[in-house]
Design a protein around this ligand. Structure first.
Ligand SMILES: *Cc1c(COP(=O)(O)O)cnc(C)c1O
Length: 462
């Protein structure tokens, strides 16, 4: 029997996964070369599906980053759990428009099923509303859109209807350590990223709560505070208990928490204390495609005050068949048509179970600790308290070399050696390397050979 197109695709995917553990994690070909080999000309006549798929698998391969494997430590990037990957294939096959109950009862039902699971695992108030969006960027944006709606409503201004021009001014408060996506959300929402008041942080990047309290006391203007669960460099958490207390003492303050990966500490008994008190916030943003290891894309927005979110996303259209009884997914997210991204999430939750989620968090944190200890034994400086899955690595430069040149050179040679991949950052005026352990397949052996590679590259630059 001839092989079907999907069998061929399965075979190519299996081949990729079989090789991913030993694949060069490192450098990428130049974009121009990739575009050339993939082919930039729109064909006049259509090609056979088999040809397209075979060509794609071959030509794109050199530009595929091996983050589905165990030794990609850059940014905060998970791999994909097998059941989540397979469920994602079904999502493509079913081709459901997940924005409306009427367009896909199954996709909407699965979303309804995973909403309480999400709240349960993150241990957030069970009556919150949960929306599934593209990523934490969009989750931050939606949370802040709801926040903007709520704090202005309290001073008699419906921003969804009237817009921001002429509206009372909103005071934005965050820290210099806030993630770039929060600043971008401020910009996109017309709030102005540069208007934000930046509360100082301690050496781990945690907001100093007493300074927030002082700032809050200065004015009773409508206020939005953004705090963070899991600093992208250090993995540290803002002190939520005093932050929540200070925000609650104010008469018109919305507290949002960006917890793209760090919020998952809540799902792990030995790490949950790091985010103690976070349940007192008004909104939370997180990702499933990072630490939970679902495929891209899956971000999660969680909001306590459903009416503010509904007005912020208010969506009217005569021909849209909205559900009478259930909330349509498109009513709590900014998109209309969209992918059924809760389906791979459902599969990931089921594959791991409650214990498996806790174990994934615990295990990757222990691997980060192992990397830090071994690097330190090998002569590296570790700049952060390794409380979570993030490690900040630094090496003293040899005489005559600047710190920045030294770190950049090590990062480059680690990337070129290809055992693992990590990137650089600047942490409180010091150049450093970031290592994030977020993928389920990573083992102690992967950590050990990666540490060896990093130490080798550091030696070579002396
Ligand atoms: C990754 C990250 C984001 C952005 O998430 P996306 O999924 O890339 O949109 C926001 N905040 C923090 C702390 C992050 O680590």
């Amino acid at each position: 029997m001839p092989q079907s197109l999907l069998q061929l695709t399965t075979q190519l995917a299996e081949q990729y996964l079989e090789g991913v553990n030993n694949r060069f994690v490192g450098p990428l070909p130049a974009q121009a070369d990739l575009i050339k080999s993939i082919g930039a000309d729109l064909p006049a006549k259509g090609e056979s599906p088999e040809h397209i798929i075979k060509h794609l698998a071959r030509a794109a391969d050199p530009g595929i980053v091996a983050n589905a494997g165990p030794r990609y430590f850059g940014f905060v990037i998970g791999a994909t759990l097998p059941a989540a990957r397979a469920a994602d294939w079904l999502v493509s096959t079913w081709d459901q428009c997940a924005g409306f109950v009427s367009l896909s009862p199954a996709a909407a039902a699965i979303e309804q099923i995973v909403q309480p699971w999400t709240l349960d695992l993150l241990d957030l108030p069970r009556d919150c509303t949960v929306g599934y969006v593209t990523g934490c960027q969009q989750a931050n944006s939606m949370s802040l859109a709801a926040a903007r709606q709520a704090v202005l409503k309290r001073v008699g201004w419906n921003v969804a209807e009237r817009g921001l021009i002429g509206a009372p001014r909103i005071r934005l408060i965050t820290t210099a350590e806030t993630h770039g996506t929060i600043n971008r959300a401020f910009a996109m929402l017309g709030l102005g990223a540069d208007t934000a008041i930046r509360i100082p942080c301690d050496v781990q990047g945690r907001m100093i709560a007493s300074a927030l309290e002082e700032e809050l006391n200065r004015s009773d203007a409508p206020t939005i505070v953004c705090a963070q669960a899991g600093n992208v460099d250090t993995g540290s958490f803002d002190p939520f208990e005093p932050i929540v207390k200070a925000c609650r003492a104010h008469n018109n303050c919305w507290l949002h928490v960006d917890g793209a990966f760090g919020l998952w500490a809540r799902a792990c008994p030995e790490k949950a204390h790091l985010a103690k008190g976070v349940e007192g916030a008004d909104s939370w943003a997180t990702d499933a495609h990072k630490w939970l290891n679902t495929p891209y894309d899956c971000g999660i927005v969680i909001v306590r005050d459903l009416p503010s979110l509904l007005v912020a996303t208010s969506y009217k259209g005569e021909y849209l068949v909205k559900s009478e009884t259930d909330l349509d997914p498109s009513c709590v997210t900014p998109e209309s048509s969209r992918r059924a991204r809760a389906i791979p999430l459902y599969a990931a939750f089921k594959e791991l179970g409650r214990d498996g989620v806790a174990d994934l968090v615990s295990r990757t944190c222990a691997l980060a600790r192992r990397a830090a200890d071994r690097l330190q034994q090998g002569g590296a400086n570790i700049l952060n308290d390794v409380v979570l899955n993030q490690v900040l690595i630094h090496f003293d430069p040899p005489a005559g070399t600047t710190e920045s040149d030294h770190i950049n050179a090590i990062v480059r040679s680690v990337q070129e050696e290809g055992t693992c991949w990590l990137g650089a950052t600047t942490w409180q005026n010091r150049r450093a390397m970031r290592l994030s352990v977020s993928a389920w397949p990573t083992t102690e052996h992967d950590i050990d050979i990666s540490v060896d590679s990093i130490l080798r590259c550091a030696q070579a630059d002396h």
